[in-house]
Ligand binder design. Structure first.
Ligand SMILES: C[S@@+](CC[C@H](N)C(=O)[O-])C[C@H]1O[C@@H](n2cnc3c(N)ncnc32)[C@H](O)[C@@H]1O
Length: 279
């Protein structure tokens, strides 16, 4: 698959990078790699729309006149991306209990869950605050004997962790072919039994004790009724992939679908929410 790489340099990063990344998520950018003076963002070429990008940058410019930026766009082949990604890839330790690393990092025997991920193209290496926070939320989740869905599985890291934590059935779905292949590869690497499928919420059939979805605001809002339909009473929904500003609209949609917010955490302005399914 061919991707568009957007390299954006900003005169001031922090919150400004966050704001732009959130907007870019909404037009199909799915992975971000921070650098000192900005970030790289990646979008499938088929989805990329220059007019939408221009509109986001124009609005950003008028809302933030003091911030200068320049950008370069190029097409990248999967192979080039992999090499770049692997060069800059560092292992991540979450709350001293889960270590997410690549094959070229030595395992960490002192942690409870040591997960080996082939980073490649897919999102889900625990570097991003959304993945990181879901791993944090899973720390206290008792999954022994439970059924888990990981929607938008990316590398499969959350599905793999759920299985390692004792879940009974773990299903993982992604609508991107590369992520689908990558998740299957990572499941094998970690020697766990996770069913990985290519598709989206329309292919759901069974109900789950825990439903995880780290995608983006618009997809989560669109698919919330289907997610809720496939969560058992008293079961949980964990959502991430959006900013704190969007929590209200997501909570409203969840409430309309019989889900009650019980946990809200945030890191670098990215939110992660945990809901319980009511009767
Ligand atoms: C932000 S990544 C999350 C990856 C991983 N679960 C994690 O937490 O790091 C979102 C993933 O959702 C997938 N995705 C996007 N839209 C989707 C949809 N409608 N249904 C299923 N997967 C989707 C993307 O291909 C991507 O792999």
């Amino acid at each position: 698959m061919v991707y568009i790489e957007l390299e954006l340099d900003l005169s001031s990063v922090g919150i400004f990078s966050d704001v732009l990344q959130s907007e870019l998520c909404d037009i199909g950018f799915e992975s971000f790699l921070d650098k000192e003076d900005g970030f790289f963002a990646y979008c499938q070429k088929d989805i990329f729309n220059q007019n939408e990008l221009d509109s986001i940058l124009d609005t950003f410019k008028s809302n933030n006149p003091s911030v200068d930026f320049t950008y370069v766009i190029k097409e990248i082949e999967q192979q080039d991306w992999n090499k770049e990604w692997e060069k800059s890839y560092e292992a991540v330790l979450v709350d001293d209990y889960c270590y997410v690393r690549a094959s070229f990092h030595p395992p960490m025997n002192s942690v409870k869950y040591d997960i080996e991920i082939s980073p490649k193209m897919s999102f889900g290496t625990a570097h991003h605050p959304t993945t990181y926070q879901i791993i944090q939320l899973l720390k206290d989740e008792d999954l022994v004997g439970k059924d888990v869905m990981d929607m938008g599985t990316g590398t499969g890291v959350l599905a793999i962790l759920s299985k390692l934590k004792g879940a009974r059935v773990v299903d993982a779905i992604d609508n991107d072919e590369w992520a689908f292949e990558n998740a299957k590869e990572n499941v094998l690497r970690n020697n766990v039994d996770v069913n990985v499928s290519l598709g989206d919420a329309k292919m759901l059939t069974m109900t789950y004790d825990l439903f995880i979805a780290n995608i983006n605001r618009n997809i989560l809002l669109q698919d919330m009724p289907l997610y809720s339909k496939h969560i058992r009473e008293g079961g949980f929904l964990i959502l991430s992939g959006f900013y704190n500003n969007d929590v209200e609209i997501l909570e409203k949609s969840a409430n309309e679908n019989n889900l009650e917010l019980i946990t809200h955490i945030a890191k670098e302005n990215w939110a992660a929410l945990r809901f319980i399914k009511k009767q």
